[in-house]
Design a protein around this ligand. Structure first.
Ligand code: ADP
Ligand code: TRP
Length: 327
């Protein structure tokens, strides 16, 4: 008897800097939870990172480190498909093909592009076309579910629009994907209370060394309510981050401490620092071990790229035939 088809779950992360708590709790943790019960595809999207990183050695190093991070956190490359985006070049060809069924207006409406422009980042064509490459990443592997943080929801919707347009033009080809967003961790705050993001320099990186980690945690911005007055947990980003590392009972306990006079933010920061350090300590040791053997990481990634290519290959054959590139 044939096995029922497993749901294909796919998501990528940019190697544009060290991975942080927002990445881990917003996306990586869910992906890791999926690996035993779905057909999981995880990749490091270095083509996407080129839209913001223009430092070759740094990008190469961050790519290898992101791979070590995933493996150290428990991603098993035997049961999932794990690769670096640029090792499977079919996706670039698909991006070009999809560009021709993508209305300009669809891209002009994308928040992440508009936000970057508003922040004064130079707008290159890569940044503008970024959602088309992301669509190729998703439909090229016929993925069903895309676990992401809230900031990526619109990009998955754009992917659906592009896939529908292609299917309507050339006949049923692509699966329509759905974003999966966990409301509790959809947009974790950074040190300054804005969304934690590599591009805002407000992150707490998951594999920081102890000293800089403590310094970052101590730099979390809190309000100026005096010690002898009750404080508001609902608006406090220190509380929001603490919640990630505490049981329900511990969260309730902290809430009571906030609502009574006497709580010192500095004490909560110290506790949070210790919890982050202890939570990631075993993974950090494994990561250091992995980074001593880059040859092994390359082998794992090559093996993953072969598996990914075997999936996108036949889909590309069909696409090329449908659009008329086979003559
Ligand atoms: P960054 O914004 O730091 O550059 P990426 O764009 O590489 O991070 O995001 C990788 C994944 O992590 C995406 O699914 C994204 O939605 C998620 N993510 C990033 N920051 C956060 C956050 N602060 N809260 C929740 N999820 C996040
Ligand atoms: N754009 C996503 C981000 O910045 C990363 C990404 C690229 C992605 N391709 C993807 C996520 C495909 C999910 C599926 O976070």
């Amino acid at each position: 008897m044939s096995q029922p088809k497993l749901t294909r779950v796919l998501s990528g992360i940019q190697p544009s800097g060290a991975l942080h708590l927002g990445n881990y709790f917003g996306m990586m943790k869910y992906m890791l939870g999926y690996q035993k019960r779905s057909d999981l595809f995880v990749f490091i999207v270095n083509y996407h990172a080129l839209t913001t990183v223009q430092d070759g050695p740094r990008l190469a190093q961050d790519t290898l480190q992101a791979a070590a991070d995933w493996l150290a956190l428990g991603l098993d490359p035997k049961i999932c498909t794990f690769w670096v985006q640029s090792d499977v070049k079919e996706v670039v060809e698909l991006t070009w093909i999809l560009s021709n069924v993508t209305p300009m207006g669809l891209l002009e409406r994308c928040h992440s592009y508009k936000d970057k422009l508003a922040r004064g980042l130079p707008a290159n064509h890569g940044l503008f076309a970024y959602p088309v490459l992301m669509a190729a990443d998703i439909v090229g592997y016929n993925a069903d579910i895309i676990p992401v943080g809230k900031d990526q929801q619109q990009h998955v919707e754009v992917t659906r629009d592009i896939a529908i347009k292609f299917n309507n033009t050339f006949g049923e080809t692509f699966v329509l994907p759905a974003a999966e967003i966990n409301e509790d961790t959809a947009a974790l705050p950074g040190l300054d209370g804005q969304k934690m993001s590599k591009s805002y320099d407000n992150t707490i990186d998951i594999f920081m060394d102890e000293k800089p980690l403590r310094k970052r945690v101590m730099a979390i911005v809190t309000d100026s309510t005096p010690v002898n007055q009750p404080k508001n947990p609902a608006t406090c980003n220190l509380f929001a981050l603490y919640k990630l590392f505490a049981t329900k009972e511990e969260v309730e306990d902290l809430r009571r401490r906030y609502l009574a006079p006497g709580l010192r933010y500095g004490d909560v920061k110290q506790e949070l620092f210790e919890r982050i350090r202890d939570f990631f300590a075993p993974y950090k040791a494994e990561r250091e071990r992995l980074l001593k053997d880059p040859g092994h990481i390359h082998q794992v990634l090559d093996y993953g790229a072969d598996k990914a290519r075997a999936v996108i290959g036949p889909i590309m054959d069909e696409v090329r035939r449908k659009v008329g590139l086979v003559y």
